[in-house]
Design a binder for this molecule. Structure first.
Ligand code: CUA
Length: 305
């Protein structure tokens, strides 16, 4: 948050530093006065009577009422001005629109204008504003990538917005920031900002239907014969699920299970053997698959580039 890479998070950092500066000065002044009084008026050990007792002082009481009110008023004004300046209801000029839906416990990203649905990892072009329409499929989640933008809740039956613009190429980590159940802690977000060429080739690949490789056909048949199809979509193969991440280009993602594990054949096998071993309490059931079925499925899934 203190090292922003987006105009939105830079504005938030600047507000944070202003507020932190003001409260820092207040801390030093009040604690300084306290310590000074303790030393200045400490017992010298030779008092025989109480020191003079003083009650009430209109000028002092007026000062310690009016000054805090003025400080709070200034902080209130700069904060509301920042909140309103960042809260766009419409996408900024030339923005990329993305629909982000919070699910227990993963994020779905849909680029409706581009015809792309993916999960866990949000690819964006560097230096282009991104307008995120936030929704929830089930309970309240919160989308927070600190180096890009402030956190905004994803609330069922309501659409919230946020925007950011990644001004550098890189991977920016985020996290669901509203407690949403067992695996809230592993509801991670990766925003991957790329040069325009890299982003365009990512888009072109994501728009393709799933590849068909003859060697993986028995794995595909295994996939289609199991309950996988009730929840997972694969474009060009199977479109009736949608409760779970779209697998069309699974291997283009660095991670599985919303960032909980690296996307490797070993982890895919571990996940299929028992999803709870990676994410305890996750909503994908243990399908009680045989090792042979797991090998066939992973053989198929790893072709989905
Ligand atoms: Cu979703 Cu916490």
């Amino acid at each position: 948050m203190l090292d922003p890479v987006s105009p939105v998070s830079t504005t938030i950092r600047d507000l944070f530093m202003l507020v932190f500066g003001v409260i820092g000065i207040i801390f030093v002044v009040t604690e300084g006065a306290l310590v000074w009084s303790m030393i200045r008026f400490r017992s010298k050990g030779n008092e025989t009577t109480e020191p003079p007792q003083i009650y009430g002082s209109n000028p002092i009481e007026l000062a310690w009422t009016v000054i805090p009110i003025l400080i709070v008023l200034v902080l209130f004004l700069v904060t509301t001005r920042t909140i309103y300046s960042l809260d766009l209801q419409e996408p900024p000029e030339g923005a990329l629109r993305v629909k982000a839906t919070g699910h227990q416990w993963w994020w779905e990203f849909e680029y409706e204008d581009l015809g792309i649905t993916t999960a866990g990892e949000l690819h964006v072009p560097k230096g282009v504003p991104v307008f995120v329409e936030l929704r929830s499929f089930d309970v309240i989640h919160s989308f927070w990538v600190p180096r890009l933008a402030g956190k905004i809740d994803a609330i069922p039956n309501r659409e919230n917005h946020l925007w950011f613009q990644a001004d550098k190429v890189g991977t920016w980590y985020g996290q669901c920031a509203e407690f949403c159940g067992t695996q809230h802690a592993k509801m991670l977000i990766r925003v991957i900002s790329e040069d325009e060429d890299d982003f365009d080739s990512w888009v072109a690949n994501q728009q393709l239907d799933a590849v068909e490789i003859p060697e993986a056909l028995s794995g595909k048949d295994t996939f289609l014969s199991l309950a996988c199809v009730n929840c997972h979509n694969i474009d060009g193969v199977m479109l009736q699920g949608g409760f779970a991440p779209n697998l069309t280009h699974l291997m283009s993602r660095e991670t599985i299970a919303s960032g909980a594990a690296e996307n490797t054949p070993e982890n895919l096998k571990k996940w299929l053997r028992d999803p709870n071993s990676i994410k305890d309490g996750c909503l994908m059931p243990n399908m009680m698959l045989s090792e042979e079925q797991i090998d066939l499925l992973v053989g198929y899934l790893t072709t989905l580039k």
